[in-house]
Design a protein around this ligand. Structure first.
Ligand code: GSH
Length: 220
């Protein structure tokens, strides 16, 4: 079967939670990246994405399925993949918690994006992120994980899309940018990270060249 195409830069960014979801759902995909990979993208590139996605605002990350169906807007793409891959819970309470945790993860991602020194943030903003925002948000995730009382965030014994979204935020946008001891005060979160990383689809994604070759955020 042909693989789905994930259109984005050769970077983790807003696409990585979707890549992780595809991996956990065992949906084969290939990354389609602009040849120059420059940011902001060229006018031609934006037009090419617009022709596929149809949105006149933004289109990538954008998922093009083998049947021709196209999905845009990262949180909507994420949930579409979750529905395809049985990563969505079913009860109304669990669906609410899923939406809420995806929004918590996005709040943290937004804070992290705003403190990237290479993109114009000051050293003070970066340090405030590391010293205050990381513990604040990690503490909020740790609390919710404990309150659920299980191995995962929403469904006690099964990985759902909420875990994927929170994992990408906590690791790609938090722990990878912070000192190595940043999880010491959050033991439940640290154990849960290992649990998510042991999902077979996520294990093979992390071992793949396509993950190795992506630009990732790191310590500044
Ligand atoms: N709300 C959108 C924001 C998408 C967005 O800002 N994409 C950036 C990269 S992170 C971009 O370069 N978009 C150019 C485009 O789609 O034409 C989402 O979450 O998908």
């Amino acid at each position: 079967m042909t693989a789905a195409k994930l259109h984005y830069y050769s970077a983790t960014g807003k696409a990585n939670q979707i890549r992780l979801a595809l991996a956990a759902a065992n949906i084969e995909f290939e990354d389609v990246t602009p040849s120059s990979n420059s940011f902001p993208p060229s006018e031609e590139q934006v037009l090419e994405w617009r022709n596929i996605g149809g949105n006149s605002t933004t289109n990538v990350p954008m998922l093009e399925m083998p049947d021709g169906k196209v999905y845009t807007q990262s949180s909507a793409v994420l949930k579409a993949v979750a529905r395809m891959g049985n990563l969505m819970p079913s009860s109304n309470d669990d669906l609410y918690m899923t939406d809420k945790l995806i929004a918590d993860a996005e709040d943290f991602r937004t804070k992290s994006y705003a403190t990237i020194i290479a993109w114009g943030a000051s050293k003070e903003e970066y340090e405030n992120f590391i010293n205050n925002e990381v513990p604040l948000h990690f503490g909020n995730f740790e609390r919710q994980l404990k309150e659920n009382g299980g191995e995962y965030f929403v469904v006690k014994d099964r990985l759902t899309i909420a875990d994927v979204a929170v994992y990408d935020a906590v690791v790609s946008f938090g722990a990878n940018r912070a000192p190595d001891d940043c999880l010491d005060k959050f033991p439940s979160l640290a154990q849960w990270i290992k649990r998510v990383e042991s999902d077979p689809g996520i294990v093979s994604y992390h071992a793949s060249d396509k993950y190795a070759n992506l630009m990732k955020f790191g310590k500044e």
